[in-house]
Design a protein around this ligand. Structure first.
Ligand code: F6P
Length: 338
């Protein structure tokens, strides 16, 4: 078989181990693997390279993606889907493995409905994909963010300040929640819960009086009453890091409490660097599973984690249905508001 593979959407640590998993498992079946570059753009423009074991054997510890990525949406391009199908036919591709988050997998689903034999591999540092317990990239990003929060603690303590730390996550608060809990923040603001700033400031005042500093983790996607001038990508998503959420929250705290407050944003730093062991194994497992699904003719599905098993689930049930922080997790988060 000739299997095409691409990585689409925002990069995250784990993409290279997933590509590696695909190439290694494909070798068991004697398949050829063709890597399309820059996500769906590579299929529109026929940009590709063959991938052998030699190309991927050492990439397990590299962040980013050797295939490059983009936020190209073929359904927003003139004759985009037709061009994708044409490229697949021209290259004699029997099946396509699309590695990506909700946007990439939504495109995969639409193409599947047009007859393309496609299997999805879920990735996103936001961890907001339904039908899978975790997505690779998430734990590595959280590790990076927790390290940054620890560093902010040192300086907050020394200067007796409050520091507000903004992390990514789009409309889901998973990154902020895990960072805040694992890094012992004093307050966590996530999009799933309307901010109660009076309650937050009252708590921060108490913590500041107790220990001389306080830390807040805020998710980029929270609602704030500020004018947002941001770019919008081909999937209609705003570039949230430009909204100034951390500055807004820090300003509000310093005005309300009169305590010296600073803010920081980690931005794309949390998307780079070597994947953690957990993400390496997870990404490799879903990459391997995707090739097995191709050979079982299990198309229109994605490789997903359920408990400790890697299973196949319909793309239809996952795409366009974000997994948000639910009540159980919100209650867990509140245990630490003391
Ligand atoms: O979806 C992953 C993500 O990292 C979000 O957390 C963030 O809002 C967005 O991508 C940033 O997008 P870009 O890399 O296009 O700036």
């Amino acid at each position: 078989m000739r299997i095409g593979v691409l990585t689409g959407g925002g990069d995250c640590p784990g993409l290279n181990p997933a590509i590696r998993g695909v190439v290694y498992r494909a070798a068991d079946f004697g398949d050829e693997v063709i890597g399309f570059e820059e996500g769906w753009k590579g299929l529109i423009e026929d940009k590709k390279r063959p991938l052998s074991i030699k190309d991927v054997e050492e990439i397990i510890n590299y962040g980013g993606t050797i295939l490059f990525t983009s936020r190209t949406n073929p359904f927003k391009e003139e004759k985009g889907p037709e061009k994708v199908i044409e490229t697949l036919q021209k290259n004699n591709i029997d099946a396509l493995i699309a590695i990506g988050g909700d946007d990439t997998l939504s495109v995969a689903l639409k193409l599947h409905k047009l007859g393309v034999k496609v299997v999805g591999v879920p990735k996103t540092m936001d961890n907001d994909l339904s039908q899978t317990d975790y997505t690779f990239g998430f734990f590595t990003s959280v590790e990076v963010a927790v390290d940054a929060l620890n560093r902010l603690r040192d300086t907050a303590k020394s200067h007796k300040r409050i520091i507000v730390f903004e992390v990514m996550g789009r409309e889901a608060g998973w990154v902020a929640l895990y960072t805040g809990i694992a890094g012992a923040a004093d307050w966590i603001l996530i999009p799933e819960e309307k901010p109660d700033y009076d309650k937050m400031c009252e708590h921060l005042k108490k913590k500041y009086e107790e220990k001389g500093y306080a830390l807040v983790v805020v998710s980029e996607g929270i609602e704030v009453p500020i004018e947002t001038i941001t770019e919008v990508d081909e999937f209609g998503h705003e570039l949230l890091q430009k909204r100034g959420v951390h500055e807004y929250v820090a300003d509000l705290i310093s005005k309300k409490l009169g305590i010296s407050t600073r803010s920081a944003i980690i931005g794309h730093i949390q998307r780079g660097g070597p994947p953690t062991v957990f993400d390496r194994i997870l990404a490799t497992r879903v990459g391997v599973k995707a090739v097995e699904m191709v050979h079982e003719g299990d198309f229109g599905k994605m490789a997903a984690v359920s408990g400790n098993k890697v299973i196949s689930v319909p793309l239809e049930d996952a795409a366009g249905k974000p997994k948000l922080v639910d009540e159980e997790w919100l209650n867990f988060m509140k245990v630490f508001e003391k």
